[in-house]
Design a protein around this ligand. Sequence first.
Ligand code: LMR
Length: 338
Amino acid sequence: MDVTRRQFGLMIGASAAALGVGLPGSAGAQAPVLIKFSHVVAPQTPKGKGAEKFKELAEKYTGGKVKVEVYPNSQLYKDKEEVEALQLGAVQMLAPSLAKFGPLGVKEFEAFDLPFIFEDRGALRKVTDGPIGKDLLKKLEPKGFLGLAYWDNGFKIMSANRPLKTPEDFLGLKMRIQSSKVLEAQMRTLGALPQVMAFSEVYQALQTGVVDGTENPPSNMFTQKMHEVQKHATLSNHGYLGYAVIVNKKFWDGLAPDIRAALEKAMAEATVFANDIAQKENDDAIAEMQKAGKTVFHTLTDAEKKAWKAKLVAVHKDASSRVGKDLIEAIYKATGAK
Ligand code: LMR
């Protein structure tokens, strides 16, 4: 059923693209250019709100010549499908998490998944706003994508139905991860059993016990109601989750220059907006989940944090052959970590 729906969606989208529907210069001079922006999280998240801000500004700055339709919550496509849909031209814009580019063959993005690689957002920005961030986006072009911006979510917390204070607490737990080999190594290093799963399926998998736990920025955990089915969460901030906003390159290159310039301005401003609200959205989500009272939140002591770091440092070494030793070294250097 699901496959049929998906294939149908892709077929419709692809044939619409082939007919030029939604493409610039088609369907008469007056028809607005349509940008379908698909994503997998709730509207009330940093990414969801960033997408809405982009819509508002894009429509304003183009004087209505562009119409943006935002499809949240995997309404149109799940994780893997949305990337295929973008390649086919069935949608025009996505913001997948940086952990999801590996299966596309751009595994360097998995460097962002390395545990404890960024001390804080400031350290992260030095990478995304600098030459490393730019070079990484360039790697998407041979895949037919153009990387427009980095959008923040935040640092992740671990959750399960038992307290996760020491690395030993993970032993034998089935933990849902995004499709990143670095995250897989992280969970295995902790003694857990990683399971790659689409974001839209996580709540149910936790509820039914298909998996025992997961990791998320608080905003994702809260807006998917995962706190209702996880008894414990550790505010470990052990890793980062953020996004690259990407477009179908052919579509973007085919836009009239004035339209493209207006959209670039809208994207630049939406990016500042999304990155400005991200921390607060996550702080608010923790407060809301605490208020809901279904999950016990743990903070790591200095000694516990040290034990996590000592265990997880091995992941950096393991990852160097996959994501590139030079890239990891460059990140250390840019962030001042070494
Ligand atoms: C996840 O799959 O956990 C996240 O990538 C979802 C998202 O887009 O924030």
